[in-house]
Design a protein around this ligand. Sequence first.
Ligand code: NAD
Length: 478
Amino acid sequence: MQKITVAKGDGIGPEIMNATLDILKAAGAQIAIEEIEVGEKAYLAGHTSGIAKEAWETIRQNKIFLKAPITTPQGGGYKSLNVTMRKTLGLYSNVRPCKSYHPFIKTKHPEMDVVIIRENEEDLYAGIEHQQTDEVVQCLKLISRPGCEKIIRYAFEYAKLYGRKKVTCFTKDNIMKQTDGLFHKVFKEISQEYPDIENEHWIIDIGAAKMANTPEVFDVIVMPNLYGDVMSDVAAQIAGSVGLAGSANIGESCAMFEAIHGSAPDIAGQNIANPSGLIQGAVLMLNHIGQTEIAEKIQNAWLKTIESGVHTPDIYKEGVSKRKVGTKEFAQEVVANLGQKPTTLAGVKYEQGISFDLPKYERKPSANKELQGVDIFVQWNGDNPDELAEKLQQLEIDDTKLTMITNRGVKVWPEGFDETFCTDHWRCRYQTKDGSIIDNQSVVKILTKAWEHQMDVIKTENLYLFDGKRSFSLGQGQ
Ligand code: NAD
């Protein structure tokens, strides 16, 4: 018997959770349920992250969490519980299978069967944001090697276990050469460990267009957090409806399963919500905990129900659907179909013992890291970069000179263009002319001079060589 934590959530949450639990029980899932309260009630009781301390303990003890959607109260001060949970519990992998159920659910893509695997903890979702000048705010995009290795290896292992043929990677590394560049580089490395699985990389913009137009050419797609957030909703919607997709959030010790949609307060309490998204989440959960036979039984019964035209109002279509039913009745129909297989749609066969045993991340030996210069960011309200350069040249020390000024990444000195629009946020690069190494003391000296000359320094970034290789971007136009 596997202990699992269950939260019924807000809005339609309790209705779709009760429907899902009825199906799990009838199918003979070997689970013991421990219920916790998360969401609106917890927020309003003063827990700004939507969860009480005791509830955390239950989740950590049971490790497996089936969660209905929750309502995030509008207004400041409340943190998204989903983001907090994913990060606090180290749920690094978000898996969303998006499949069409043609001809029973309307879609332009009858052959679509894509699994989006999204990195779940880092990227711009690290949430490190600052206002730096009157005119400029910043969000840090953090991509780590362990983050990339874990999610990319997960994607290939997923493909292997579920008999998928190809893993595609989406990034924008033609622009973000360091961050997305690392993700792509690690993808290339890890794909070598899986010679039987095809691999390919697409720049996200054209990849996204291709996925929206011909999703059937993709199989498993792995990508960094923000792209994955957007693309997985697109994928679920074009497959038929966001109301039909479930998602798994997997970590090294804990895992959380849910529907991808929200708490739909507009239809709460009316017994009209579609419980399919959460049922799909529960099927992912059963596979994860090794109860593959039960997962298979529920999925086939669910497919049979969809195929027999018994539909909730959100997917009901005159001429295709046969009977419009409520949440409860839909679940009863799935229960009645347990043991049956679909005849037109392809039934599922889950292999016994699906379990992920990923190797622990091993830190590589440190590279030889050398300081080659420093970028000093200043707020300056003038508009002539030559004038700024004159001021900045007063901060030069020994042979460490001002080599470049950029504004929003575009080189504006030396030899800038009058046409370039400039804000009050300037990056000022100091390096030795011959590219030789400097020490941290030089940075401190430049900063001290900046203070003496009343320059408004916002922040600094060190310019490193890792094993002799430049590891910072050039200015656009440099
Ligand atoms: P939503 O997904 O709740 O609803 C969007 C639309 O889809 C609504 O018209 C709704 O009626 C419909 N819909 C959603 N699920 C349905 C279902 N199962 N059956 C039939 N129709 C369904 O998105 P929203 O309105 O933007 O958000 C409502 C609340 O949910 C917000 O507080 C938001 O923060 C929260 N939310 C929670 C989660 C989560 O807990 N995982 C995810 C997304 C949004």
